[in-house]
Write a protein that binds this ligand. Structure first.
Ligand code: HEC
Length: 99
């Protein structure tokens, strides 16, 4: 009886850990697909091909552009994309669209 409770606890903590990891990876991707992919499919740029986001390495630069927009890109404030989501979004872009 005790053993099965311990096993259940171990199982529960593992499944919670993976749920968190999944939710984080997923949030950056979900925001990208919802708000960025229309103009930046596969890390490109349909409006200005030279301004592709592929190969960017600095999350601060990405977040800055997201917040201020410009050059044809809309600005996204903290209501549109929270600070936490902006960070996950930048991480997603950096690790997904490498040159
Ligand atoms: C309506 C189309 C559009 C949407 C939606 C859009 N962008 Fe952009 N983005 C652009 C354009 C156009 C530029 C080029 C701006 C310039 O020339 O200054 C750009 C530039 C950028 C840059 C700078 C690229 C560089 O080479 O310096 C980043 C980073 C970026 N976008 C990220 C994003 C992210 C992240 C999202 C989603 C939150 C997003 N964009 C949504 C059109 C868009």
């Amino acid at each position: 009886m005790k053993k099965s409770i311990a096993l259940a606890a171990v199982f529960l903590s593992f499944s919670m850990m993976s749920a968190v990891a999944f939710a984080e990876g997923d949030a950056g991707e979900a925001v990208f697909k919802a708000k960025c992919a229309s103009c930046h499919p596969n890390g490109g740029n349909v409006m200005k091909p030279k301004e592709a986001i592929k190969g960017m390495k600095d999350p601060k630069k990405i977040i800055k552009q997201v917040r201020k927009g410009g050059g044809g890109m809309p600005a996204f404030d903290a209501k549109a994309i929270s600070d936490a989501d902006a960070k996950l979004l930048a991480d997603y872009i950096i690790k997904t669209f490498k040159k």
